[in-house]
Design a binder for this molecule. Sequence first.
Ligand code: ADP
Ligand code: ADP
Ligand code: SF4
Ligand code: SF4
Length: 592
Amino acid sequence: MTRIAVIDYDRCNPDKCGNFLCERVCPVNRMGGEAIVIDEENYRPVIQEASCTGCGICVHKCPFNAITIVNLPEQLDEDCVHRYGINSFVLYRMPVVKDGMVVGILGPNGTGKTTAVKILSGQILPNLCGDNKSWDSVIKAFRGNELQNYFEKLKNGGIRPVVKPQYVDLIPRAIRGRVEELLRKADDRGTLKEVVEELGLGNILDRDIKQLSGGELQLVAIAAALLRDAHFYFFDEPSSYLDIQQRLKIAKIIRRLAESGKAVLTVEHDLAILDYMSDIIHVVYGKPGAYGIFSKPKSTRNGINEFLSGYLKDENVRFRPFEISFTKKSERKSQEGEILVQYPRLVKDYGSFRVEVEGGNLHIGEVVGIVGPNGIGKTTFVKMLAGVEKPTEGEVDWNLTVSYKPQYIKVDYEGTVFNLLGKIDASKLMSSFYKSELLNPLGIPELYDRQLNELSGGELQRVAITACLIRDADIYLLDEPSAHLDVEQRLAVSKAIRSLMAKNDRTALIVEHDVMMVDYLSDRLIVFDGEPGKAGRALPPMGMREGMNRFLSSVGITFRRDPDSGRPRANKEGSVKDREQKERGEYYYTIP
Ligand code: ADP
Ligand code: ADP
Ligand code: SF4
Ligand code: SF4
């Protein structure tokens, strides 16, 4: 076995732990050895992997959870691609990049996807976990691998990469000006007009980048990447903030880009979209922040199914102790539950936009999904229920308490995650029920010491969801809880919401675009339709089958079920299944 010790120096605080606690408790050091030494210059501990016995005492004693020690099979050593430095993250193996193909990457955040892309785009020269300083050695190390050729071209300057970044919400901080200016600068291929039309950006060309919504920023960032003339395109989470129709549209455009001969790599956490978009898939697994391993390339279907099962066949590796499976709808009884409240017909008229929602019932213990295109009034409806927005017609005069997680999370609290959550309800943080159903599955205790304003997008999302769910309320409203979360986190959130509502006899309404998550979460659906940006309407909550059929027929997409995992899969447009299902009006297969 090879031992890897990783220290997260952002967490390590030698003054607060009691003067290098790890060094003082390490049995090797206590016996006069040197498994942990102090780097005086940087005032931090360093673990010498060759002397460390892997006892794990420092890992448990460090009050800030800054240390990870793992033992990995020795055979992996020869596949070590890059290590940022001593006691830092290690990347093993790489994804393939192929002209004419969309290669999808599936795995948790913090396992080296961005590192791999930086290598493929030439921003990082991989050190091969030693002191390598030349591309020639990299080429040698990848001899016989599909990447050998690629690295040769990269070395000779023959690869031009383009990257669509993950956090599009950060774009306005880096780039100023109008949308059109930004796109004109990117237009290497002279295809501005076509791309603008295809992505429906005509109406926002004059807008300042600062004024754009998350979905608009995403489309502009994708457009800017498509306009570039490059060899290798990387799309990091292209679906965030987009509705399902936009997701499928960009998936098709990305496919077409590959079909024109370009090499495309993408990280996507919406499984239905990843499935639709990719030719092959790499699963990346490991321990976030410590190490990541790219699997062999797999067919899209097998890759996703193996990921869900937690077991990689070719590699003979179990990377998760449990399987993720999709519950059979027939097991769900909550829609037959007692009625909690009847909400009235509600209308909001902003002048340029009007939304009308018919009244309906909400049951105790149920989760209601809210689906529909962007700009159709879903957030406005949720805000009216939350009491944040006053209806133009109708009144929410129920005597119920509401807990609300908005779509865009603002940080207006100075302090740690623990302080914030403790102020809401400290007893829930101690409760074994909340620990096992919510806090541990969402990885919240690891974030307790962190300052709220230092969290990444995904960390902030998990904290905001937790803050919403630990508040005592009759109704929980969560607007797009999946944004910035990876697949496992999405499923953990879905499970937590379902379990808390069922066990506490509460009710939740969730606005969501990820079809797999909607499927996993919801007992019933409220479906919005109309003309985005102009007028929206919604009927009362309806059953999953009826709701999904109504929703998907309005966007013209059919889904089938994977026979092994039970997950929903989008049919390719015009395929036999797509045509058959459309003829029968069966856009969505529920498990009988
Ligand atoms: P992903 O894209 O899968 O979220 P990344 O490749 O961005 O993962 O990061 C993997 C790990 O590498 C993270 O824990 C990150 O902290 C670490 N890392 C990234 N860049 C550096 C760096 N320059 N120095 C040290 N560690 C880094
Ligand atoms: P969704 O959640 O379905 O994406 P929203 O409810 O956020 O839709 O918005 C629906 C429409 O209402 C959008 O066109 C938006 O620009 C408009 N809108 C939202 N809030 C306001 C407001 N305060 N004033 C005017 N228009 C608004
Ligand atoms: Fe203290 Fe933990 Fe840092 Fe060691 S790793 S010095 S125990 S904070
Ligand atoms: Fe020392 Fe054990 Fe930590 Fe290794 S794992 S550094 S031997 S305390």
